[in-house]
Ligand binder design. Sequence first.
Ligand code: THU
Length: 131
Amino acid sequence: MDIKNLIKKSIEAKKNAYVPYSGFRVGSALMTKDGKIYTGCNIECASYSPTICAERTVISKAVSEGDREFVAIAICGDSGYTYPCGVCRQVIREFSKDIKIVIVKSENEYKEYSISDLLPHSFGPEDLKKK
Ligand code: THU
């Protein structure tokens, strides 16, 4: 798995962030099980609540193109190590229980987590099948 390349792509993806209200850019890069990489950024809105985070942008792009199996996601924000919000943690969890989550400060400074690190005792699609 080429994590270094994924990290670079998440940093590059920040340049397209549309953030006229917060000025806080976030880029994300998502790797599929076949090694394909999607990128995404945060997109804000004048009425605020429709704002979409970089992580959900990139997952939406991949799923809408037919990809659903992911092995890693890199996230790079404007505040050193930027961790995904709660909503994005749940959306990442929707598609994978063992995805590698890479929090990127710079090309050479990053930390890796599992979904259970960031969303312990999570609820997911399997739970609905246990009924
Ligand atoms: N944001 C993300 O894109 N991802 C995160 O994980 C945290 C927050 C965005 C949403 C909003 O555009 C800006 O950062 C400030 O909250």
